[in-house]
Design a protein around this ligand. Structure first.
Ligand code: FEO
Length: 404
């Protein structure tokens, strides 16, 4: 049975949800599933905005058949060629042989790479700023390379002022019937997942997101239709502001995330003592993670949110405990920057090794300030080290307060 929703009287959501997929891109846990959105415009000409992941192809094709109601599909706009959105191109050409596939040079290059079938006869190339009339509706194309792949386009429908935004403004989390963000409690249900999606999927491309936001700054937008998560038809400034912060690598909140690795509990103990001191000194909303327990995507999402990060780790193989090393390399790869950092190291027979490794990785990232000398323990923290840890806690509190 088809399952479609009306976005406007002539535009229909024809996507679907997947709550069975364990990991997005086979990496990121999906405890609340994911939505794959696709939108069909019914005008003198019909136009479909992207397709969906192969996991939900059957329903998607049924949705399109239902909405087209015997009509032909005239245009298939490919805003993004990643397989979670482009899995059905060949099948749509099989069903609608005259359909024009709207894309750019990169789009067509990637279609050639992902598909066996010769689809060139269906290609309809557009340039930046080109317009395509469907009748009452007119599409205008803005190129947004690297938000999140090089071929990405944003398609703006001029008569209803709707932006089809590809991955931008999307989120993990399936739709629970409510298509629009104002029908859900977005902050409670989606915000954490939207941040985790942004930081881990698009985070590296902050500069390109800023370029796209600038490009759209003169465009009047009434509705944002992303490829994942709810549609925005009200309070657009909320999600635009989040994207502005995230893509500038500006923390949303002054606060501390404590991130540790610990083999036998001794580094964990030092981090707990430090966290308790921070709390006693008045810091609230502290976050703490064990890198061996929590998937890095959640830790990275909080690193995007908060201003201060404390990394604590033991020495391993005369270097850094490798799960912590992997997390820091992941953060560096995503270009996380502009954070205040404190370091805690643990060694049994090789002093200085782990704090040197931590410092090297942190200093390799842009605008990361190490706010105090590292605190080191020798196998386990001793009561006589408390004054030194007090000093570190004081330095962290002072730095947090300095930000306001
Ligand atoms: Fe949802 Fe970049 O794909």
């Amino acid at each position: 049975m088809h399952c479609v929703q009306e976005v406007t009287p002539q535009i229909f959501w024809v996507g679907g949800n997947d709550r069975r997929l364990e990991r997005f891109e086979n990496m990121f846990p999906l405890p609340h599933g994911v939505a794959y959105n696709s939108y069909l415009i019914m005008d003198e000409k019909t136009a479909l905005m992207d397709t969906v992941d192969s996991a939900i192809s059957a329903l998607f094709l049924e949705n399109i058949t239902h909405v087209l109601n015997g009509r032909q599909l005239d245009y298939l706009v490919i805003n993004h060629m990643e397989p979670d959105h482009c899995a059905n191109i060949e099948e749509l050409v099989r069903r609608y042989p005259e359909v024009k596939i709207v894309g750019n040079k990169k789009t067509f290059q990637f279609i050639g790479q992902f598909y066996q079938a010769p689809l060139q006869k269906n290609f309809y190339a557009v340039q930046e700023g080109d317009e395509l009339s469907l009748g009452r509706h007119t599409l205008k194309f803005f190129f947004a390379p690297m938000v999140h792949w090089p071929e990405v386009m944003l398609t703006y429908e001029q008569s209803e002022r709707i932006l089809f935004s590809a991955d931008a403004f999307g989120t993990f989390g399936a739709l629970s019937g409510n298509l629009f963000s104002d029908q859900a409690d977005f902050e409670a249900v989606y915000l954490e997942e939207a941040r985790r999606y942004y930081a881990n999927i698009v985070g590296k491309y902050g500069m390109q997101v800023q370029t796209a936001l600038q490009k759209l700054s003169g465009v009047e937008i009434r509705m944002i239709c992303p490829l994942h998560g709810p549609v925005w038809r009200s309070n657009l400034s909320y999600i635009l502001d989040k994207y502005d912060h995230w893509s500038k690598y500006l923390p949303e909140k002054n606060g501390v995330v404590l991130i540790y690795a610990s083999m036998y509990g001794n580094t964990e103990n030092a981090m707990n003592v430090l966290a308790a001191k921070l709390s006693q000194k008045g810091l609230s909303d502290l976050r703490m993670y064990d890198v061996s327990k929590t998937h890095p995507s959640y830790i990275i999402a909080d690193a995007w949110k908060y201003s201060h990060l404390v990394f604590g780790a033991p020495t391993y193989n005369m270097g850094l405990y490798f799960v912590m090393e992997a997390l820091l390399r992941d953060m560096a790869g995503l270009q996380l920057q502009n954070r205040q950092v404190a370091l805690v190291g643990n060694y049994t027979w090789a002093p200085g090794v782990v704090v040197k490794a931590l410092r090297g990785l942190v200093e390799g990232m842009k605008n990361m300030e190490i706010i105090a000398p590292p605190f080191e323990i020798n196998s386990a923290m001793k009561p006589e080290q408390e004054p030194a840890l007090d000093q570190l806690a004081e330095a962290i509190c002072a730095s947090v307060r300095q930000l306001g």
